[in-house]
Design a protein around this ligand. Sequence first.
Ligand SMILES: [Zn+2]
Length: 172
Amino acid sequence: MGVNAGDVSAAKSILWPDEKVQVTVRQRRVGPGGSVTAPTSVLATDKRIIILNRATLGIRQDYEVIPYRQVTSVRLEHGVISSSVFIRVQGYDKDQGLLKNGREEGEIDGLSNSDAKALADFLNRKLDDSNSSSGSGQEDGGLGGFRYCTKCGTKNPDSARFCSKCGSPLES
Ligand SMILES: [Zn+2]
């Protein structure tokens, strides 16, 4: 993998000032599973996933942003020649999004095996993080859910022992 300088500079205008790109992968231009016309780059930052689609050689560039809190699962599929990473995203609409594949699941195909593994590993770690720390990912009933303060009603992560707003002890 390795961060591609061109992709990072292309993404500069998109990135927030304090945002750091941590993994960059790019679809192969040619080959089984590779996109022939518009190779897509995926930048995983410390804050979100940015998908860059280079249509028509830099004249026009589309991008799409997926916040980690909307990602519900990440799946890796190794092929013989290339690999795919599937990202399941809440409310994802493939007709509008840049990723292809089924409803609420985007596929980034045509990746080298090492790129795909690097991306999937990183995203999976991010999912773990957001489930265990902020807890902002899922609404009621999910794993790593919430508890509501009985005093002020503030939503707190399941792991919290005291309300983040009023400091009351939270009942389990
Ligand atoms: Zn409270």
